[in-house]
Design a protein around this ligand. Structure first.
Ligand code: ZN
Ligand code: ZN
Length: 394
C-alpha cells in the first residue's frame, strides 16, 4: 500500500486542520482541564464514524476497528492536548483568550495532526489491514503528574502492539526528522532543599547560623556533582532553579528554600547523583551548623525507544518527499516526556519534527514567542499514516 494514495488531495483537510489548531490555540487548557478541547475532538471523531471513550478524565481514545479489538494487530498513535501556565502576548489573530494559559509547546498542533490522521484513516478504512487506536492524552506538561501513567493504569495500551508519538522542535531545521533507538529523553527528578539556620540582626552574624551563606555553598557544592562526580561521559544535568530566603536588608533569615531539577538517563547515574547530593547536604550541615532538609521526588522515567519501531520511523521518513533528512543529532536530550510510560509498557517510538527556518529567529518550545509551525501539519500526518501502513501491512 502506497502512502501517496492516502495523502493525495489533502489540501482541503490541511486547511481545516489549521483552523482547528488555531481554535484550540485560542482556547488553551491546562492538564486535566482540557474539557473544551476534549469536546472538540469528540465531535470531530463522531462525525467520522468513531466511537471515542474517555480515559484520564479529559483524554479520549478511539479505535478505527473496535469490533476487531484483540483479534488483529493494533497500532496506537498519541497526541498531547494540554497547554502551559504561561502568558501569551503575541500579535497572533488566534492568541490565547485566557490569562496565564498558552499553547507554548505546540500540543495544539500535535492534536490537529492526530485529528487529520483520524480523518484519513476513516476515509480509507477499507484499505487498513488492522486496528489503529488514536490516543488524545491530557497533562503531558505534568501539572498533576502526567496523563500517560493514568492512561496506562486505565488500560489504554491493552491489546496494543506498538505506540508512536511526535513533537515539533523549532531548534532543528524544517523537514528534518530526528529519532534514535534506546534512551531518547531523560528521567526527571525534582529536588527541594530547606536550609534551616538561626536568624538574627544583620549586624550580629556571630550569634546567628546564616542559612544564606550555607545555601550558597550548597549551590556551589552541587556544581561538582556532575563535574567531579561523573567521568568524561557525564550523563546528567543538575540545575538549581529556585533560591528563596530573607525579606529585609538587615535581617539574617531563619531559613532558605532551594529547588531544582536533575536529569539522568540510567538508574546507575541517578543513584550516583543522588548520593552526591545527599553527601553535600550533610557536609554543609557540619560546615555551617545548619540543618538541611532534602526532599527528592522522582518524575517521568527515561523515554526509551525500541529498535524495531525506530527503524519503521526512519523507513517511513525516507519515503516522504518533504522530509529531507533523518538524523540522530543532539539526541538523547535532557527534556522529560511522559510518553516514557507508554514505551515502558509496550514497544514504541517517539520522534521529533524539526520546525526551524534558516536565517530567522525560531523561538523554542516554552518561549513566550513560540507558536506551532502549521507547515508541520501535512508532514506529521504523512509520518503517522505512513507508520500505520508500514506496521500493519503484513
Ligand atoms: Zn512542553
Ligand atoms: Zn510538549
Amino acid at each position: 500500500m502506497l502512502l501517496n494514495t492516502f495523502t493525495e488531495n489533502i489540501d482541503g483537510l490541511v486547511k481545516e486542520l489549521m483552523a482547528a489548531r488555531h481554535d484550540i490555540h485560542k482556547h488553551p487548557e491546562l492538564g486535566f482541564e482540557e474539557t473544551r478541547t476534549q469536546a472538540k475532538i469528540r465531535s470531530w471523531l463522531i462525525d467520522r464514524g468513531y466511537q471515542p471513550f474517555v480515559s484520564a478524565k479529559t483524554g479520549l481514545v478511539a479505535d478505527l476497528f473496535p469490533e476487531r479489538y484483540g483479534e488483529t494487530r493494533t497500532i496506537a498513535l498519541r497526541a498531547d492536548m494540554d497547554c502551559l501556565p504561561m502568558q501569551e502576548d503575541t500579535p497572533l489573530p488566534y492568541r490565547s483568550v485566557h490569562d496565564g494559559r498558552a499553547h507554548k509547546c505546540g500540543h495544539d498542533g500535535h492534536t490537529a495532526i492526530l485529528l487529520g490522521v483520524a480523518d484519513i484513516l476513516a476515509t480509507h478504512k477499507a484499505s487498513i489491514p488492522g486496528n489503529v487506536r488514536l490516543v488524545f492524552q491530557p497533562d503531558e506538561e505534568g501539572q498533576h503528574g502526567g496523563g500517560a501513567p493514568v492512561m496506562v493504569k486505565e488500560g489504554v495500551l491493552q491489546s496494543v502492539d506498538e505506540i508512536y508519538g511526535l513533537h515539533n522542535w523549532p531548534a532543528w531545521p524544517m523537514g528534518e526528522v530526528r529519532v534514535k533507538a534506546g534512551p531518547l529523553m531523560a528521567h526527571v527528578v525534582l529536588i527541594s532543599l530547606k536550609v534551616v539556620g538561626k536568624g538574627g540582626h544583620g549586624s550580629q552574624p556571630q550569634v546567628t547560623r546564616d542559612p544564606i551563606v550555607a545555601a550558597s555553598h550548597m549551590v556551589t557544592g552541587l556544581q561538582t556533582v556532575v563535574s567531579r562526580g561523573l567521568g568524561f561521559e557525564g550523563g546528567a544535568v543538575v540545575s538549581i532553579c529556585q533560591f528563596h530566603g530573607g525579606n529585609a536588608h538587615n535581617v539574617i533569615p531563619e531559613t532558605v528554600q532551594l529547588g531544582g531539577t536533575i536529569r539522568t538517563f540510567s538508574e546507575e547515574v541517578t543513584r550516583r547523583v543522588l548520593d552526591r547530593v545527599e553527601e553535600i547536604a550533610r557536609g554543609v550541615e557540619v560546615m555551617f551548623g545548619v540543618r538541611v532538609e532534602l526532599q527528592i521526588q522522582r518524575g517521568y522515567p527515561v523515554l526509551r525507544n525500541h529498535d524495531e519501531c525506530v527503524a519503521a520511523v526512519r523507513r517511513v521518513a525516507e519515503h516522504i518527499d518533504e522530509i529531507r533528512k533523518v538524523s540522530e543529532a543532539d539526541l538523547p536530550m535532557a527534556g522529560g516526556e511522559d510518553f516514557a510510560y507508554f514505551t515502558q509498557t509496550i514497544p514504541g517510538a517517539y520522534f521529533f519534527l524539526g520546525a526551524g527556518h534558516a536565517g530567522q529567529e525560531n523561538p523554542g518550545c516554552h518561549h513566550p514567542d513560540f507558536d506551532f509551525e502549521d507547515q508541520l501539519i501535512p508532514l506529521g500526518l504523512k509520518m503517522m499514516v505512513g507508520i500505520v501502513i508500514d506496521r500493519l501491512t503484513p
